[in-house]
Structures are given as C-alpha cells and as structure tokens.
Design a binder for this molecule. Structure first.
Ligand code: EPZ
Length: 417
C-alpha cells in the first residue's frame, strides 16, 4: 500500500508538462490488435493502467517493445484466448479488447472490466452494438463470450452518448463488411484520436468528433506510427492547482481547445490566466466568485474534472452548486473535503458549496482516481500535513505526479506503508 504525504501552503511556480491522455492511450493499445503488422504509439503515459493493458497483450501473445514513452505492438503472433478475470478487472478499459478482438478474430472471451467505483457502469450499449453487427453475446456470471460468423455493418443509435461504447463499436466495425453508422456517438477528443489511429492503419472512419460516425469496413490494416494526444484531464487538474496555489505556473504541452469548458468557468470566477498555443500560465488570485457547474458529455464540463474543481469552489465567495449528471456515485471526495474544513451539502446529484473556507490538512482517502486528484489539490492548498491513502487510484492516471509537483515547489512524498 502506498500513501502520499503533502505539506500544504506552498506556492507552485515553474512548468508542468502534460503527458499523453490516459483515456486515449487505454483505447489505442487494445486497438493495435486490429492491425496485421507492427504499430508504434508515441507519447504513451507511464501509468499503471497501461501496465495492465501490456499484461493483457503479453497474455495474448503479442510482441511488445517499450522505450520511454513509445510502445510498439506486433499483434501478428497473437493466439486468441480467454482474458482472465484477474487482469481484465484491473481497469475499465480492458473492455476495449472485446471490440478489438471481436473485430479481428470474430470471437472474444473475457470478463467484466474493473475501474473506479463511480457508478454502476454497465456495458449494455457496447454489447447491443456488437449484436447489431451480427455477434452473439453469451454472458455467464462475469464472463462474456462474444462471437460472430461474420460482422456486417449496421445502423446503431446509442441511447446515451457513451465514450466506451462509441470506441468499442468503432473497433468492432472497422473490419466488418459494409458500412456502420453510429448515431448519437460521443464526441470526446479521445474518440477522434482513436479514429485517427485506425485511419492511419488504413481504416475508413469519417465523422469522429461529431455525433454521427460512419465506418466503412476494410479487410486489412497496415503498420503505422501514431501519437497520443495530451491529457486534457491531467492538464485541467494542474490548472486548477495553479488557480489555488500558482504563481505563474505554466502548464504546457496541452491543447487549449480541449479545455474550453474549464477555462470559461475559471474566467467566470475571476481566475488570472493566459492561454498560449499549447500552454496555460496561471496564478492564484485573492478573491473568487461562486459559480455553478453541471457535468456533461464533451464539449460540456467534464465529469473527470468535477472532483478537482469542487476544491476550487470551496475558495469562492458565496454559494456554488455542482451537479453530476454522468456518474451516480462521484461525490465520494466530499466527506473528506468537509473533514478538511469545507462547507458542502449533497442532495441527490447536486453538491452545494459555501465558501470561502480555509482547509486544514488531515488523513483522507483517494476513493477513486479523480477523487484522489481532488485530495491532492486540497492538500496542496491546506495548512499543515495531509496524508492520502489508497493512492494506487491516483497512480493509475497521473504520470509522475510526485516529480511533476515537486519540481514546481510542492512538498509531496510517496511512501510505502
Ligand atoms: C469514459 O468512461 C472514461 N473512461 C471516464 O473516465 C469518463 O468519466 C467517462 O468516459 C465520461 O467522460 C475511459 O475512457 C477509460 P461512458 P466510460 O460510457 O466510457 C452509461 C476517469 O476518471 N453507460 O461515456 O466507461 C454510464 O453508466 C474516468 O478517467 C450505460 O448506461 O463512460 C454513464 O452513466 C472514469 N451503458 C454514462 O453512460 C453502457 O453500455 C457515460 O459512460 C455504457 C455507458
């Protein structure tokens, strides 16, 4: 077990470089299976979710080579077999192997994925999509066998614009016969990144980033080189830290357009920041105004930044409201924030925050990845020492967080307990 200890109240200044996007990389790695030759993906973040995906690739018999941030995957030696529960449950994104393996080998055998406990997280839309393409789904307990004699293009309407279902159906449809149309598709930048990767291999996907994606099936996919986009959620987390503790903190190697909903909220509450071509420089101000946020699918305010942003709202004058519409269980950070001194009441899916309130260091838990990020934000701001346990969640999604924060002046250590 690991613990992060932070001595709060220090100013953050200097530069933090953003890594490759977790939620893109975790789809690109399974997507590589669809190729007939070796693919190379650059800007892969060094996080434990990627280690778990590499374990699955090795289990299947793929040849992989990693150097620093580059991962080369040759899937030609894969022997399609069941993915055991102990590895599939290490992360949510293991479900992308279902779409990719089905697309390539017409039969996928694996267990229900794991990931943060932020809601029920069903995969019914993924499975309905596979069925629409002609697959049969057999579900025994936690195990799924998805099989098709032939996959045929279909028109698929998603009841919810799900990121995972959009990507998984795209993966299954890439080598199907004919044309697939996904309507009410999710529009997140990670989906565009995955579609670009597949197109670089010779797939014909049009419209990724809009709510209608058309996939024209192809027979072969060839080698390619691809780059993971910068992580907009990691960037947003450090930008929020800058708004609370920064003095000219430069958060670089990001795509500002991917952060528009966050930046416009920062502007509204009175944060002082400058946006460059690929960076945001941010300093804390004395006074912030309260505001309301509602999490929505992209380009709305991202649910993955809701938890860190709530910490910022504790420092805004007046009453702010946070409404979570994507995940039913994403307020687990709130009791820990109140134990640090925040004034927050939850009713149904809305948290009401009265600020500003000083925060004081104490012992808290990272109940999930972004709740953990929120705890780090709060601890950096708080007076005194904060001990965060269950930090394995944080390390699943934030590359070198200890080094990145130490380099800009934070007093933060990771300890084995
Ligand atoms: C992705 O999860 C991200 N994970 C999540 O990031 C992110 O919070 C989420 O998208 C929303 O942006 C990865 O990319 C690996 P969804 P995903 O399918 O794909 C419901 C983080 O902190 N739904 O868009 O699993 C679902 O219950 C994480 O980095 C169904 O009902 O999310 C939810 O309410 C956590 N049936 C909503 O749709 C389905 O078959 C959106 O989920 C699929 C989803």
């Amino acid at each position: 077990m690991k613990q992060i200890i932070i001595e709060g109240g220090n100013t953050l200044s200097g530069e933090i470089k953003i890594s490759g996007a977790k939620n893109s990389a975790v789809a690109l790695v399974p997507a590589s299976i669809l190729c007939d030759e070796e693919v190379t993906i650059d800007n892969i973040p060094n996080i434990s979710d990627i280690d778990a995906l590499k374990e699955i690739l090795k289990h299947l018999g793929a040849k992989i080579k990693s150097t620093d941030s580059t991962l080369s995957i040759d899937p030609s030696s894969i022997n399609n077999k069941e993915i055991p529960e102990e590895i599939s449950k290490k992360l949510r994104a293991s479900y992308y192997f279902m779409g990719a393996i089905l697309g390539k080998y017409k039969k996928a055998m694996m267990y229900f994925p794991g990931g943060c406990s932020i809601g029920a997280r069903p995969i019914d839309l993924h499975l309905k999509g596979f069925e629409a393409l002609g697959a049969k789904v057999i579900n025994e307990g936690n195990k799924y066998i998805v099989e098709a004699e032939e996959l045929k293009g279909a028109n698929i309407y998603l009841d919810i614009a799900s990121v995972g279902a959009t990507i998984n159906i795209m993966l299954a449809a890439v080598r199907a016969k004919g044309r697939t149309i996904i309507d009410n598709a999710a529009k997140e930048p990670e989906i565009v990144n995955v579609a670009t990767f597949l197109n670089n291999m010779g797939a014909k996907i049009r419209g990724a980033g809009t709510s209608t994606i058309k996939i024209y099936g192809v027979e072969h996919l060839h080698k390619c080189f691809h780059e993971v986009i910068p992580d907009r959620i990691e960037a947003g987390t450090y930008i929020i830290m800058g708004a609370l503790c920064g003095d000219n903190l430069k958060v670089s190697n990001l795509i500002p357009e991917h952060l528009e909903s966050l930046l416009s909220k920062l502007e509204e509450i009175g944060v002082d920041f400058e946006v460059g071509a690929d960076f945001v420089t941010i300093s804390r101000s004395e006074k912030y105004k309260s505001t309301n946020i509602k999490t929505l699918v992209y380009p709305g305010f991202p649910t993955d930044l809701q938890q860190p942003f709530t910490v910022l709202l504790t420092q805004c004058k007046g009453k702010s409201k946070v409404t979570e519409t994507i995940w039913e269980n994403r307020f687990m950070h709130i009791p820990y924030l109140t134990s640090m001194g925040a004034d927050i009441v939850i009713k149904n899916q809305t948290a009401t925050i009265i600020g500003p309130t000083p925060l004081k260091g104490t012992e808290v838990v990272a109940t999930d990845l972004r709740a953990g990020a929120a705890m780090v934000v709060a601890a950096l701001l708080a007076s005194g020492k904060t001990k965060i346990t269950n930090v394995e969640h944080i390390l699943r999604g934030y590359e070198n967080i200890i080094e990145k924060l130490s380099n800009v002046g934070a007093k933060i250590v990771l300890k084995e307990i």
